[in-house]
Design a protein around this ligand. Structure first.
Ligand SMILES: Nc1ncnc2c1ncn2[C@@H]1O[C@H](COP(=O)(O)OP(=O)(O)OP(=O)(O)O)[C@@H](O)[C@H]1O
Ligand SMILES: [Mg+2]
Length: 309
């Protein structure tokens, strides 16, 4: 079973505006509410692809109930700890004229000490069931910075393969948990390495450096340009087919789903990367944080190009 942990989930409100003007009154043409949060999205894609998963998370208030309802409607198994503060609502303003999206990520519901103890109990229950365990996204206020490292070490000790998908200080601290696989995008890799990665050569160099910090495999995703997988013995580039991009929010999470499936099934990681590349492209074709469907993912799969470098 693929177990994901998303301590700071969200509902994403995407508002489509033709010719968005910042600082002025705009009228939406269309809007969407979708579940958000990296591990939750990864679990949703895993579920769509017919594999067993549970999304562990923290929910609060009306928005928390909305998120829970949306996951139930999709049939995605979810277990959560309840907190008093409202789960966050993230806002994405998508300018339909330019395709650019302006995103405002809220800070998230604070986790008081008693809820943190409940989180530890929830994780202690599920981690031993995990063939694969993923920590994803930011930490909300109240969750200690070493939480991902601690959980990743516990999961590995109980025999699970692990994956970390996080940004900034959370990513850096999570690396101490020696995840099996990490999947930063270029910006996240740059932040942890403290330098710009502008060419593919530099990106591969950065991935090699990240590999020295302990993971067995590093996947750096580069949006529409695809991704590179770097391990101790090989470098592979995955190139997605050209698709009509509506919103790539959630593409990385969809790619993570493919990697988790490969880890769970003991497949070569390249196979997971191929599946994840198709899933990322399928998600890029959907509006807001909506995710690719199984049919779309399967249609794109044979069009993914894998190149050994
Ligand atoms: N416009 C696109 N066309 C085709 N494939 C795409 C596109 N955008 C993303 N993908 C695929 O999805 C993968 C992950 O996307 P990206 O690098 O944007 O992840 P990310 O920044 O982690 O996204 P997020 O965290 O918002 O889910 C890419 O490596 C690529 O294979
Ligand atoms: Mg990402």
């Amino acid at each position: 079973m693929i177990v994901t942990f998303t301590p700071n989930p969200a509902v994403d409100k995407t508002i489509l505006v033709p010719g968005l003007k910042i600082g002025a009154q705009n009228r939406a043409r269309e809007s969407h509410l979708d579940p958000g949060g990296k591990g939750i999205n990864a679990s949703r894609v895993v579920h769509r692809l017919g594999r067993s998963t549970v999304a562990l998370t923290v929910l609060g208030g009306h928005i928390g109930r909305m998120l829970r309802g949306a996951l139930e409607a999709e049939g995605v198994p979810c277990r959560f700890v309840e907190v008093h503060e409202e789960t966050r609502l993230n806002v994405v303003l998508q300018d339909e004229s330019t395709g650019a999206s302006t995103r405002v990520w809220d800070r998230g519901a604070a986790v008081p000490p008693d809820a943190m103890a409940d989180i530890d109990d929830l994780l202690a229950h599920w981690v031993p069931h995990a063939k694969v365990f993923a920590c994803a996204g930011t930490l909300p206020p109240g969750v200690p910075g070493d939480t991902y490292a601690r959980l990743l070490i516990a999961a590995a000790a109980s025999g699970a393969k692990t994956l970390l998908d996080a940004d900034g200080e959370t990513f850096r601290a999570g690396l101490d948990g020696r995840p099996t696989v990490i999947k930063p995008n270029v910006r996240e890799a740059e932040a942890v390495l403290g330098r710009r990665l502008t060419t593919e050569r530099e990106i591969i160099g950065g991935a090699v450096e990240l590999l020295r910090r302990g993971p067995e495999a590093v996947v750096v995703s580069m949006g529409a340009s695809g991704s590179v997988l770097v391990t101790a013995d090989r470098i592979v580039r995955a190139v997605p087919p050209a698709v009509e991009r509506l919103s790539a929010v959630g593409s990385g999470d969809s790619m993570v789903a493919g990697l988790l499936i490969a880890l769970a099934e003991g497949l070569p990681l390249e196979e997971g990367l191929r599946l994840g590349t198709a899933a990322g492209a399928a998600t890029a074709m959907t509006v807001g944080t909506q995710l690719g469907t199984r049919t779309e993912i399967e249609a794109l799969l044979p069009k993914v190009r894998m190149e050994v470098l």
